[in-house]
Design a protein around this ligand. Structure first.
Ligand SMILES: Nc1ncnc2c1ncn2[C@@H]1O[C@H](COP(=O)(O)OP(=O)(O)O)[C@@H](O)[C@H]1O
Ligand SMILES: [Mg+2]
Length: 283
């Protein structure tokens, strides 16, 4: 059974891509799971975290490497023979990131800025992501979708493909603003897709100061907990605290537990978050 999960928050810069990146690595490396990470943000940060800036450009320059854009635009791009729809071979959109001796199990569907085009012509495209995932899901145990921070056709596509959503939250000023929007967006989706089961996996606090926690972080955390309680959304017990090693690691394409000089307790703490995540998806 494959579990498809979206990491989402209507607010940007909260750690969606950082958590997706580290969770994907962690589940593949430590839990031997076959993991596909799907970059569903035109900003393509997740793709850059995985590949590094230079390799990302190489991947984009390779005409054989398809991306998330091709998944959404496969029928609208002009094809060689007039009148015949361009059909994507699903494996062409998958980039193999890591091959361990016992098999290849960390893969990425990269994104590129042209994905914003899909937002301009959204008609009926949201079904194309679940169709793509249905074609390849037997190859994976977990599929993680990193969402863009705005409500759009891409959000609907992510919901349609997912069984759970998880919400990274940075406890800071206005941390709660995205949450009512998200609640409304989920509610809307459920009303329109009553046969689709989509559950809230939980809120994951990210970037909290470990010591000398500023008062506004505490207040903000309480505000978020209050909204979560109203919505009956679970909140993770484990927290990914602030650590510059997350940024250093992402720049170097390495997860927190393989980042040189990252403190052991930072890596250990992330491992707890990853374990809680696995429990939440019933693994
Ligand atoms: N726990 C953390 N500690 C320190 N920096 C972090 C942490 N999580 C994320 N960051 C940094 O914050 C910025 C935004 O994170 P990102 O994951 O790209 O957010 P989002 O995908 O929600 O927009 C990045 O520069 C990232 O390296
Ligand atoms: Mg992001």
């Amino acid at each position: 059974m494959t579990t498809v999960v979206s990491l989402i928050n209507m607010k940007g810069g909260v750690g969606k891509s950082t958590l997706t990146f580290n969770l994907a690595w962690s589940l593949a490396w430590k839990n031997d799971l076959r993991v596909l990470a799907v970059d569903l943000d035109p900003q393509a940060n997740l793709s850059q975290y995985f590949l590094g800036a230079r390799e990302y450009v190489n991947v984009l320059d390779n005409p054989d490497q398809k991306t998330i854009v091709d998944i959404f635009e496969q029928y609208s791009a002009p094809s060689a023979i007039v009148g015949s729809p361009t059909r994507l071979t699903p494996s062409d959109a998958i980039h193999e990131l890591r091959n361990w001796g016992d098999g290849s199990r960390l893969h990425l569907v990269p994104s590129r800025l042209e994905l914003s085009w899909t937002l301009k012509n959204p008609t009926e495209k949201s079904e194309l992501l679940p169709v793509f995932i249905a074609q390849i899901e037997s190859e994976y145990d977990v599929i993680l979708i990193d969402c863009a921070p705005t409500e759009s056709i891409l959000t609907t596509a992510a919901y349609r493909a997912s069984r759970y959503v998880f919400v990274p939250v940075r406890p800071e000023f206005l941390a709660t603003i995205g949450l009512p929007l998200l609640a409304r967006s989920l509610e809307d989706f459920r009303r329109m897709h009553q046969n689709h089961r989509l559950d809230m996996g939980g809120i994951i606090f990210n970037g909290l100061r470990r010591s000398n926690t500023p008062p506004e972080q505490r207040t903000s955390q309480e505000d978020v907990r209050r909204v979560a309680a109203q919505q009956q959304w679970p909140v993770f017990e484990n927290v990914a605290h602030h650590s510059d090693s997350y940024a250093t690691g992402s720049r170097a394409g390495s997860p927190i537990f393989l980042t040189p000089y990252a403190r052991t307790y930072v890596a250990d703490e992330f491992a707890m978050v990853a374990n809680e995540f696995l429990q939440a998806i019933g693994r």
